[in-house]
Design a protein around this ligand. Structure first.
Ligand code: DON
Length: 310
């Protein structure tokens, strides 16, 4: 009888399977500075709650975190304002694109969930309240550095400026919600903070490490630090599962069966509750705006490791 493959063997097998797929999908070009990324990049990193790691390909190459940052600002906002956040943002899948405005009018400026752009802008407002944008950005960056155990993580100013220069839809969402009284801070300050959080550069290795607390009831299993309450960690995982891939969240649950959050930089953070955190990066996106090869890699990894929660 064949022995059970090790984590390293599974990650290597997934990586090899992805080689012919390198370059598939379309690199996001609505943020001009993102369009220059090499579409053939592929990185995969896994870290377990015991500290075992396995990597493949470009796992040490920094990329733009984009919407995956929403998971970390949600964590910070929940620790800051607690359940009061849920009066300002819902927790239902939107079934719409990540930057859609259609539901906001009928639903009185309360976004469906914290992982679509509108919801994330409200969450950033909660993280920003009472301080300047540069202070909030430094706090978000430092939180990520502490979680990833890496001081090199920083904002890519060029990407942030590119987003600010072209982020008309996000400004529209911000002003619309301000009109409903659902933003406390000036829209320009909230958006400046939001664009910078999305422009943080991180590697798969760092991202998996940073997400590990979510696999371990909110407490970092490697250093014992309480990052989120167990209840908050459970809820963040639930929202990642139901809303982390926008209108493809059902498909991600179907194929991968794990909480995950994608970004238009081509990264995906995935949590294996009680076991591990996984980060994958492949810049080409599918039509919904999620990494095409990244999703395929996670589907195969989840199958081979038997990690689906279902
Ligand atoms: O606000 C935006 O449009 C980008 N900074 C982030 C969008 C994003 O990553 C959507 N994810 N798939």
């Amino acid at each position: 009888m064949a022995s059970t493959p090790t984590l390293a063997e599974i990650v290597a097998a997934v990586g090899r399977e992805m080689e012919p797929h390198r370059g598939e999908g379309h690199v996001a070009d609505y943020i001009p500075a993102l369009a220059r990324v090499d579409a053939r990049r592929f990185g995969l990193a896994v870290i377990t709650c015991e500290g075992e790691t396995a990597e493949y390909g470009d796992a040490w190459v920094p990329f733009s975190i984009q919407s995956i940052s929403k998971v970390f600002t949600l964590t910070m906002a929940l620790e800051r304002v607690g359940d009061a956040l849920w009066t300002r943002v819902g927790r239902e899948p939107s079934g719409s694109r990540f930057n859609s405005i259609v539901q906001l009018e009928a639903e009185h400026g309360v976004p469906r969930n914290p992982l679509i752009n509108a919801g994330a802008i409200v969450v950033t407002d909660a993280v920003l309240a009472g301080r300047r944008p540069d202070e909030a950005v430094a706090d978000i960056r430092d939180s990520l550095r502490a979680l990833a155990d890496n001081e090199a993580i920083d904002v890519d100013k060029e990407v942030a400026q590119s987003e600010a220069a072209t982020g008309f839809r996000n400004f529209s969402l911000g002003y619309f919600m301000r009109g409903f009284g659902n933003l406390q801070c000036p829209v320009e300050d909230v958006l400046s903070t939001y664009f910078q959080q999305c422009s943080l550069r991180i590697t798969c290795r760092q991202l998996a490490r940073a997400g590990l607390f979510l696999a371990s009831a909110g407490t970092d299993p490697l250093n014992g630090r309480a990052v989120a309450t167990p209840e908050h960690a459970r809820r963040i995982n639930a929202i990642m599962m139901t809303c982390g891939h926008y209108d493809a969240s059902g498909d991600f649950a179907f194929k991968v069966g794990l909480p995950g959050k994608s970004g238009v930089g081509g990264g995906i953070l995935t949590i294996v509750p009680g076991k591990a955190a996984v980060a994958v990066w492949s810049p080409g996106l599918n039509e919904v705006g999620n990494s095409q090869v990244g999703t395929l890699a996670l589907e195969r990894l989840s199958q081979m490791a038997g990690w689906s929660v279902f």
